[in-house]
Ligand binder design. Structure first.
Ligand SMILES: Cc1cc2nc3c(=O)[nH]c(=O)nc-3n(C[C@H](O)[C@H](O)[C@H](O)COP(=O)(O)O)c2cc1C
Length: 260
């Protein structure tokens, strides 16, 4: 099947999901590829035609897709449009996130031709899955992309709903009990406040973070040019140590692709 446009959409507060989505999109060189970050655009509002392809990547938060993405995804519609869905997770587990993303998009008119859960450096406990995706992961990402690309020649022949790991009802979301704070390097530039997807940081005084609103996504840590935002404190250091010990064993990516 001929694909004219590729829409690459991601939510990627600390940048690893974006890296994976871009790598997959790079296999579709002949087509027009555009990128949409849910973090900066905050609106998708698109209906994709059957001759377009959606590539979408989200990070796993608490074994689910981030709640705010679910809201934004409601604006995205397909007309039997093929889609590749991926989640990235920090070597603990992706639980119901991939099936949730797949089911959400299927009910909105997309046909999922490939789905995958890739491991990426944990954005809160950064010692876990450090520097992943690594060379071995990239090889798997590339092989997955190639197979999806090839399957498009046969699509929609033999298309069926993919059988993906995950449970329904989806697991209950638990809120992360730790939030980033601002240190003395802050020069009040306000970039963190601008980028915060849930408007939890006071624009005039970024040292004020609304802990109820904050989803601990780490976008503020990644964008701060002064490196002034961090997780800190005893609770964080204790949790980080315990988490690193528990999830140090390497997990491998899992991919699900249509049979030709
Ligand atoms: C609030 C929050 C919750 C998370 N929950 C999980 C989880 O349930 N399982 C897991 O393995 N990793 C979890 N992670 C780690 C992220 O899924 C992982 O680091 C992801 O690659 C981040 O994507 P990004 O770099 O695009 O922001 C969580 C991270 C955050 C910030």
């Amino acid at each position: 099947m001929e694909i004219n446009n590729v829409y690459s959409i991601y939510f990627s507060p600390s940048g690893t999901t974006k890296k994976i989505v871009k790598r997959i999109s790079s296999f579709f060189r002949k087509e027009k590829v555009s990128y949409h970050s849910l973090l900066s655009q905050r609106k998708v509002n698109q209906t994709l035609s059957p001759n377009e392809l959606l590539i979408i990547g989200l990070p796993v938060f608490s074994g689910r897709i981030p709640s705010l993405c679910k809201e934004l995804l409601k604006e995205l519609h397909g007309m039997n449009t093929p889609a590749i869905v991926i989640v990235s997770y920090g070597n603990r587990d992706y639980e119901d996130a991939l099936i949730e993303l797949k089911n959400t998009l299927e009910t909105q008119g997309f046909n999922i031709i490939g789905a995958a859960a890739f491991i990426a450096q944990h954005s809160i406990f950064t010692d876990v899955a450090k520097s992943r995706p690594d060379k071995k992961d990239i090889e798997i990402i590339d092989s997955f992309s190639k197979k999806c690309f090839k399957y498009l020649d046969f699509y929609p022949n033999n298309y069926k709903t993919l059988d993906i790991k995950g449970n329904i009802p989806y697991r209950k979301i638990s809120k992360m009990p730790i939030t980033p704070s601002t240190n003395k390097n802050c020069n009040y530039c306000g970039i963190c406040s601008e980028m915060c997807p849930v408007h939890a940081i006071d624009m005039n005084n970024p040292k004020n973070t609304n802990k109820q609103l904050c989803i601990s996504c780490t976008a503020c840590i990644s964008v701060c040019p002064q490196h002034a935002r961090k997780f800190s404190g005893l609770l964080y250091h204790f949790a980080a140590k315990k988490f690193s010990k528990k999830y140090k064993q390497r997990k491998e990516p899992e991919v699900f692709i249509q049979d030709k």
